[in-house]
Design a protein around this ligand. Structure first.
Ligand code: FES
Length: 149
């Protein structure tokens, strides 16, 4: 490798490393929201799923809802304007907080995986996730945290 190629590849590597945190935080803000806690449940708006791209009417497939009063976040998957699933992001194996990866929730502790309906697709967990009923009223989405769906 000559000097020019060495400098070029080094600069590319440095730029990649320095841009990574910006990209990661950008992605995180796309899927995280703070739910409003009301009447033993979380309240969201359908608009929370909308991508903020100019002129786009596209929706995110899921949102992670965090609230300081909840021990774990709730992942809400959107299948249509009226169909959702709400999953408690608490691994049923040993209680680690799950991470959303597209249509799956993965456990960073021992690798269990759950689909967007909370069903175990890969162990060691052998119990499905806790899920909550979701009610849609116009643009309001209510996740009832008292019940299990
Ligand atoms: S705590 Fe999640 S797989 Fe063990």
């Amino acid at each position: 490798m000559n000097r020019r190629n060495f400098i070029r590849s080094s600069c590319t590597a440095c730029l990649s490393v320095s841009a990574l945190p910006i990209l990661i935080s950008g992605c995180a803000s796309l899927t995280n929201t703070t739910g409003k806690l009301v009447n033993d449940g979380l309240m969201l708006n359908l608009e929370d799923f909308k991508l903020n791209e100019k002129g786009s009417s596209a929706y995110r497939s899921f949102l992670i809802v965090r609230n300081e009063k909840l021990k774990y976040p709730v992942c809400i998957y959107r299948f249509s304007d009226t169909e959702f699933s709400a999953l408690w992001m608490n691994c049923t194996h040993q209680g680690a907080e799950l991470q959303a990866s597209g249509e799956y929730l993965q456990c960073p502790a021992h690798g269990s995986e759950f689909n967007n309906m909370g069903v175990v697709t890969s162990g060691p967990a052998d119990t499905n996730l806790r899920t909550f009923p979701v009610t849609v009223n116009g643009k309001d989405i209510f996740i009832d945290l008292r019940k299990q769906s």
